[in-house]
Design a protein around this ligand. Sequence first.
Ligand SMILES: Cc1ncc(COP(=O)(O)O)c(C=O)c1O
Length: 394
Amino acid sequence: MYSVSTSADTQKIAMLRAAMPAVTRAVYLNTGTNGPLPRRAYDALLAFARSEFEEGRIGQPVFDRFMNLLTETRALVAELLGCALEEIALTHNTTEGMNIALLGLDWREGDELITASSEHEGGLNPAAVLKARYGARVIYTDIGLRHCDPLEALRGALSPRAKAVVLSHASWSTGAILPLRELCELAHRVGALVICDAAQACGMIPSNVYDLGVDVYALSGQKWLCSPDGTGALFIRRALLPKIQNTFSGYFSLKQRVTHAATPIEFADTATRYQYAAHYFPSVQGFAETLKWLRDEIGWEWIYRRTHELGQYAYDALAQIDGVNLYLPRDQIAGLLHFTVDGIAPADLTTKLFEQKILIRHVPEPALNRVSTGFFNTEADIMQLTAAIRALRK
Ligand SMILES: Cc1ncc(COP(=O)(O)O)c(C=O)c1O
């Protein structure tokens, strides 16, 4: 096999692997579930937790620190997505963002929501709630599956009753990178909003939300952004703030306390209006530190290039194995590869590789195995994977 790493890459990868011990304990090929934490996030999280323990969580300076941290983290996410600070709310995960956006629309019986059977429950389940609660008509397309042209499929599903299109930027179940810009253009022609699940995309591929044309982009910290649990963010296009109503509300939602019948209800001018539940500040600190580490010490361009190149490398390496069937064509994926191995059920392959400390996963529908290539993985990781599969095939 060829190598995709230059000598500069090799040095850099050694540095960042030293900063992410989890990737050296096993062959870490499942960032799509949870990315490895860098030391900087871990140290920041511990230091914050320790200061809460030793110095307490009350008093004006502490309160100011909390508020500044929330704003700083929102600004880091806004920079990554190329949007305005006002358009970002912090959430605890992708699913929360999907719920906020979907439940915030004014659903009437017969309104249509177009999605895909291969989507994650993070989008599918709020859609099911809309169906059960308001009689929304949910249309399940094959978008994301092979042999399905996403533009054709969306074109065929859209009607003037379409209110929202719920699709992932990168599919968790097939690895497909969807042509969001073109999909958004189609949806917008009939006035439907595109509510995008970015759990697998953000940190894996460029996520400039204005270029993509999405209306909503919900993301997780704990996957490709290698951040602590309970972190995430939601982009909502500024013009949509009045349209996506609050289902939940909390301290940040309103401009002033509403205590009397005559008090006007004024929503916050920014997407912070959707933040309603407290965050665990040590986790948020870890999220902010990781975003700075990825930006300043590794570099987003390098991360995207490396993830993609290693994905292509893994694709080529797997393709050489007799009995391995890659699900999608090579040019439709980035860092998530899906495949089957003849004679070994996906769940069994995950278990057998786990026994050899090779961490991958399987997905249910279509039943496939999935490998994630993170920017911290090496060609040697891929060679261990392919050698193990070859041996299992014998
Ligand atoms: C595409 C997709 N959406 C949503 C989720 C759920 O993420 P979270 O736990 O951040 O809500 C996942 C998790 O695997 C996912 O792959």
